[in-house]
Design a binder for this molecule. Sequence first.
Ligand code: NAD
Ligand code: ZN
Length: 360
Amino acid sequence: MKTVTVKHPTGSYPIYLGEDVLSQTGPLLAEFGYSGRCAVLTNEIVGRYYAGPLCDSLSQAGFTPVRIDLPDGEQHKTLDTVAGVYPHLVEAKLDRRSPIIALGGGVLGDTAGYVAASFLRGVPLVQIPTTLLAMVDSSVGGKTGVDLPQGKNLVGAFKQPEMVIVDPNVLQSLPDAEIKAGLAEVVKHGIIDSPELFETLEANSQPNSTPSPISNLPPLTWLLHEAIMVKVRVVQEDPFEQGRRAVLNLGHTFGHAFEQVSHYQIRHGEGVAMGTACAARLAARRGYCDAPTTGRIIALLDRLHMPSQPPDYPAADILAAMTTDKKRQGNTLRFILPRAIGDVDIFKDIPQQDVVAVLA
Ligand SMILES: NC(=O)c1ccc[n+]([C@@H]2O[C@H](COP(=O)([O-])OP(=O)(O)OC[C@H]3O[C@@H](n4cnc5c(N)ncnc54)[C@H](O)[C@@H]3O)[C@@H](O)[C@H]2O)c1
Ligand SMILES: [Zn+2]
């Protein structure tokens, strides 16, 4: 088992990473001085596989876990779902020292994290991410929250977990499409701050390889560690998202617009892959990076069987979608663009005609 320590303004927490670490949750939590009641928030799909082993580990370590299933899917990442959980926590007699354990993907982790941030003005939170995206991205950094009808992630709180438990074995049940969605973020992390991660992905993925993404990857524990370290370095530098943390949005200004114009037929991971390729083209066009760097990014996405061409919608519609992105500042569009593999920057005031040219 590897342990990564994440520092934040009011303390630190460990990320425990290793095969079968899920079944160590009980003893690890007991070592932290917790005991008694706790709540396992999960959903029916994830719970079917992993709630049993998790609750066994907790019970054997002296805890009394209560399992609460939340509805699955982004459409349920809402205040209604949050409100539906509180009565169960009261009924189970949880107190301020009773941990909430979030077992699931990013939707579950964001929602359960917000429950933990708000119930009794805050109870301890343990994140057990079960998708690749949640492992390398959403479970680390303390952002929790839910969507409103007006937009994604509009209500939330920073809630640092007590610990994060990353068990690569749980990815065995994850559908290929979800692996690919997470892989888009892994490639993104390589471009942001890990040439080694990017190069290893290049070395492992062969041209014309099988379309099964997972058989094409370096060892999972290594890959997860490298990708998580990128996120850790970024959030440690900017815990409250006031500057540098924006680099995590590489590919997302394009990507969110693609998702939106397609009415979410294009999924987030696909949008990020297309968006990362577009960011690389825009960077080369503006002279921020060289053409071979852009070529490598596009080639890696192709080898991993991820889309690298912008979708076929009018550029005007895509631009309009970009200007409603919540991450814009004032009326200028911000782009995160690569200078090299492992080096990205925030660029403001990119001329629209360059964006249009990249979309063409
Ligand atoms: N808080 C942050 O910093 C942050 C960062 C990035 C993304 N996010 C959020 O993350 C969410 C996306 O998360 P996601 O991509 O993990 O999607 P998700 O949580 O919807 O999970 C995808 C699907 O896979 C299922 N699943 C999860 N683990 C499984 C497993 N091991 N085996 C089988 N099925 C499994 C889920 O139940 C779901 O049906 C978005 O809401 C996004 O806003 C948050
Ligand atoms: Zn993303």
